[in-house]
Design a protein around this ligand. Structure first.
Ligand code: SF4
Length: 361
């Protein structure tokens, strides 16, 4: 099978998985009940720089008072600003009002139907024009916001660029988004990708185990982002090895843990996952990637599932190594990283004991 065919398969699968997930998992938000271009426009402007919970509250009052574009155009500016109260960034309200008056005068009250024409209106940029055109008019244009950027970077294994490479990365992301957007349902696809970023592929703790596109994702966890000025970046890898053990009368699962040297200076005596000899993990063996910050260092930690028989060959020998029943692991003095990984893999029965390892690896 040629590369092009393989890529087309992946794109088709990704669209199907994402749209199916969105159909059952999308949040019930008031603006999703309407495809009226005016309603989509108002919600998209409100959602810029404002939390969804605040928008839900203000959107309904705003739409009740200004149910149509013409009603908004005819209202005095002070009233529009009053209804915008709580949303902040009042310039958005002024621009929205101005654009509504322009559309009422120049377009008989009908919003233009393409992203290119929408961009000519005051206050409507690349993101908003693509959102309105795809959601309300079904135009095949991709929407790229911060959530989409993050999901696509992780999907492809791209590192977020610093200032210098930002424009190149932005073009790559836009190119991929254009390629992926579903030609039949562009509005739903765009919303699904944004929803995935907002609810599953979260910046700090992505929920990869319930992610509909996990099988095609090259990162499966946090991706490398440009470090803050003084932050350093390190790459390490650990083994996640689980087996079935036998206590008298019952089978249970155990995880392999190493104890850090009790006489050492860094996290003495804490338990961690065995360290892999090689920090690079083949893509097919990658279980997840975790970003873990300690002091001035961002650790990008690759976790590989290792079979019991391979542990000796693949990991660095430890002083004390123990098979620990999963039911017991949660109450041990784990490093913060080990706890994070076991939690994310849904292997810890006990709730996190942050007090034991707070702020430490
Ligand atoms: S698998 Fe994880 S990192 Fe990849 S897209 Fe899904 S939630 Fe994001």
């Amino acid at each position: 099978m040629g590369r092009t065919e393989k890529d087309a398969d992946k794109t088709g699968r990704l669209r199907r998985e994402l749209l199916a997930w969105y159909a059952v998992s999308q949040r019930d938000l008031p603006w999703r009940q309407s495809q009226d271009p005016y309603a989509v426009w108002v919600s998209e402007i409100m959602l810029q720089q404002t939390r969804v919970a605040v928008v839900v509250e203000r959107y309904q009052a705003f739409m009740a008072r200004f149910p149509t574009l013409v009603a908004l155009a005819l209202a005095p500016e002070q009233e529009v600003l009053a209804l915008w109260s709580g949303l902040g960034y009042y310039r958005r309200a002024r621009m929205l009002h101005k654009a509504a008056q322009f559309v009422a005068n120049q377009h008989q009250g009908n919003l233009p139907a393409t992203a290119a024409e929408l961009r000519l209106l005051p206050g409507i940029g690349a993101y908003t024009s693509a959102a309105i055109a795809s959601i309300a008019f079904g135009e095949r244009v991709a929407v790229v916001d911060g959530n989409v950027e993050r999901v696509l970077c992780r999907l492809e294994g791209w590192e977020a660029a610093g200032k210098a490479g930002g424009a190149v990365l932005a073009r790559k992301i836009q190119g991929l988004a254009d390629e992926l957007v579903d030609p039949e349902r562009p509005g739903d696809f765009n919303q699904a990708l944004m929803e995935l970023g907002a609810t599953v592929c979260l910046p700090r703790s992505p929920q990869c185990l319930v992610c509909p596109i996990e099988a095609d994702c090259r990162t499966k966890g946090e991706h490398k982002v440009a470090s803050r000025p003084k932050m350093l970046s390190r790459e390490v890898a650990h083994a996640l090895t689980v087996r079935t053990g036998h206590l008298p009368g019952q089978a249970h699962r155990e995880v392999l843990l190493d104890q850090r040297p009790p006489e050492g200076t860094v996290m003495p005596g804490l338990w961690e996952l065995p360290t892999l000899k090689e920090p690079q993990v083949p893509e097919e063996d990658l279980r997840m990637t975790v970003r873990h910050a300690i002091m001035q260092v961002n650790y990008y930690v690759r976790i590989r599932t290792v079979f019991e028989d391979d542990v000796e060959d693949l990991t660095v020998a430890a002083g004390v190594r123990r098979w620990v029943p999963l039911g017991e692991a949660g109450s041990m003095a784990l490093t913060g990283l080990a706890r994070k990984v076991l939690n994310r893999a849904k292997l810890l029965a006990a709730p996190p004991l942050d007090t034991l390892t707070s702020g430490r690896r």
